[in-house]
Write a protein that binds this ligand. Structure first.
Ligand code: SF4
Length: 475
């Protein structure tokens, strides 16, 4: 029996899909590349934007035809679109089961252990757990790239930004025990992972709400997230540590100093602006001002002058005037971002904004603002890229194709260069940068510094990689 997983959305969904993979395989399913060959298809869904949901619903409708030809095909859905774990037999099925004929079962990710019963056609034991139960993270993931690991350190969010669905779909914020995270990271390193991305909806508030220290760690006066970075930095074999997504209100000078001090923590900060206007920020329930945001940028540049800085911005949020959008442009210009995940506001019915604030900025105006902001970021990115020309940077190779290789610097810049020898994804190299473009850099390979580790997975059958269809970021 074959299974296929379709992943949509953020890296957290990729990390979740790696755990769904484990459950499918322990029930005897074998992974296949296309849903067309599969006996079981599971969607890890995203609901950050209506567009994301519509795309998944479109796919699932296509599967209705397929099920007519192949009645034994099972279809499941999890992720942010799901509110309640259920099957068609349940008295109160999730609304997705009513709306989509092709779907056989839906499950909240917290109820992953229930999928064992569903796949064996046994009765569900205990459906509808509480929000925030994160025992599912103890399921060992089947890592889908052999050199980069996605490691969730917390789930959920308590911030309730007025536009955001995450607190409703992922529930309240809960942090994992530090010992559990470090154990998972060591296991990843043994398997050949050299870059680890720590994940959370509000990653830098790790440990703010629940106890994360246990017998392996004595409580320190330091903030738990910075302490976790120190523990990660000690893990043998891990060369790069990144994290996403933080909230500006939880970025402290202590955190930035620790990032600058630890050799394996990369000099890249993703810091979501969302708007550069104080009234809009209040309307979004963001808990910072434009002035405070810019002081954080200054602090990052003071401690890590060459840090890469990226952001998220929503244009055309409820009531946004031209003047308010101009304020966003002003902040973006001062911040000199390298990159922005810009999105046009898309109303989500279940959020505060969806219920109480009008989606009153026209499509055309949203589109205009989207392009105006992107044009500005293109210029700031180009100006930042020019500083790299003539310098040599370490690159983790992500792709080698048609004689060209590309990968990322520690500052998260993409560099493309002619591939030589038997270069492959996962190798570390030094590249001399000779050309700056708006979004990427070009250069020449100077030296291979470390070959991709073979790791334990090299002797096992390689899992096909899980790639997410991405939309925009939260936080
Ligand atoms: S945007 Fe980020 S911080 Fe705000 S509610 Fe969503 S996940 Fe939480």
């Amino acid at each position: 029996m074959k299974y296929h997983i379709e992943v949509h959305g953020c890296q957290m969904n990729v990390a979740d899909a790696e755990r769904v993979t484990t459950v499918c395989e322990r029930n005897g399913y074998v992974q296949c590349e296309s849903w067309k060959e599969a006996d079981l298809v599971i969607y890890v869904s995203c609901s950050i934007k209506q567009k994301a949901e519509d795309k998944i619903i479109g796919h699932l409708k296509e599967l209705e035809l397929m099920k007519r030809k192949k009645p034994q095909l099972k279809v499941g859905i999890t992720g942010c679109m799901v509110r309640q774990t259920s099957t068609r037999e349940d008295k109160r099925p999730d609304k997705l089961l009513k709306a989509l004929k092709s779907v056989d079962f839906v499950f909240r990710m917290e109820d992953l252990d229930q999928v064992d019963y569903i796949l064996r056609d046994e009765t569900l034991l205990d459906i509808g757990r509480n929000f925030g139960d994160q025992k599912y993270l103890q399921v060992q993931p089947r890592i889908s790239t052999s050199y980069r690991g996605f490691l969730p350190i917390m789930t959920g969010c308590d911030n309730f930004c007025t536009f955001c669905i995450v607190p409703y779909s992922r529930g309240r914020e809960r942090s994992r025990l530090m010992s559990e995270i470090v154990r998972d990271a060591k296991k990843m390193a043994e398997q050949g992972v050299t870059e680890i991305l720590l994940l959370g909806q509000n990653v830098n508030s790790y440990g703010n709400k629940n106890e994360v220290y246990d017998e392996y760690f004595r409580e320190t006066p330091e903030h738990p997230f910075t302490h976790l970075l120190r523990e990660m930095n000690k893990i043998s074999g891990v060369r790069r540590i990144r994290y996403t997504s933080p909230h500006p209100k939880d970025i402290s000078e202590e955190l930035i100093k620790v990032m600058a001090e630890l050799p394996h923590v990369c000099e890249h900060v993703h810091i979501p602006l969302q708007s550069g206007d104080d009234d809009m920020l209040k309307r979004m329930n963001r808990h910072y001002t434009a002035k405070h945001f810019l002081s954080l940028i200054q602090m990052i540049r003071q401690h890590m002058p060459r840090a890469g800085i990226s952001t998220d911005v929503i244009v055309g949020f409820s009531g946004e005037t031209d003047e308010q959008f101009q304020n966003t442009l002003k902040v973006a210009k001062k911040a000199q971002f390298d990159m922005s995940y810009t999105s046009m506001y898309s109303e989500r019915k279940e959020t505060y904004a969806g219920r109480f604030l009008a989606d009153d900025v026209g499509k055309e105006l949203k589109n205009e603002r989207y392009h105006a902001l992107n044009d500005l970021i293109r210029k700031t990115s180009f100006a930042n890229n020019k500083k790299y020309v003539g310098e040599t940077w370490e690159v983790l190779v992500d792709e080698v194709r048609d004689g060209l290789a590309s990968g990322k610097t520690r500052t998260n810049r993409t560099i493309r260069f002619p591939a030589k020898g038997d270069l492959k994804a996962g190798d570390y190299v030094l590249v001399e940068v000779n050309k700056a473009m708006e979004w990427i850099l070009e250069g020449e390979l100077a030296k291979v510094t470390e070959r991709k580790k073979s790791g334990i997975r090299a002797v096992k059958k390689k899992a096909s990689s899980l790639k997410a269809v991405q939309y925009a970021h939260a936080s």
